[in-house]
Design a protein around this ligand. Sequence first.
Ligand code: SAH
Length: 223
Amino acid sequence: MSRLRWNQDDFAIARRNMVEQQLKARGLADERVLEAMSRVPRHFFVDEAQAAQAYRDTPLPIGYGQTISQPYIVGLMVEALGLSPGDRVLEIGAGSGYQTAILAELAAEVLAVERLKPLFLKGRANLARLGLTNIRLKLDDGTLGWPELAPYQAVVVAAGGPRVPQPLVDQLAPGGRLIVPVGPTEKSQKLTLITKDQEGRLSRSTLGDCRFVALVGRHAWSD
Ligand code: SAH
């Protein structure tokens, strides 16, 4: 890797390679998701010193013991949400705001919750810099959801807890999809998909093993 500063063309090339080699090559195929991930500048969401690493096939630290998820995992979760342009999405664990930006490209509105104030401020600044306007961000325990604005066609949780937080299931619209990493320890989880049909019946499946930072809150791990 060159020690020279990267220019925007270098980032665009790295981003295109990321989409080809990490997302498409592993079977992600939703054109809208792939396009959004080719557009959103992931290097905006990490510290400047790490910008050259931003398109690597790995999670990266964003401070306070948290990480920006691996690009493939973001793509997998967002594709599984099956978003339509008119949807309202609830995101728990906004962190750097990277996944929030991808969701905002694909849905009508994103409501995002982050519990750590410094990350909430960082995420808000990153998203403002991109000029995205269809996002509302709140500093709170996201395991409680965002009841005032429910229901949501899609809910996505970017941290792993011991069970599916019930408020998030309650706030899911009929026909909606919820994705949350669930596992008995903070070290390993199954990426869990809950769907609610038009009659409100729930079904549950898993998308594979994963390893997320801890979901900390009233309906998850305690502090
Ligand atoms: N999607 C983020 C991933 C950040 S890591 C990104 O692209 O950068 C997961 C985030 O979940 C962390 O920022 C952590 O502080 C946050 N988090 C953990 N428990 C939470 C809770 N109960 N409510 C809201 N955010 C939570």
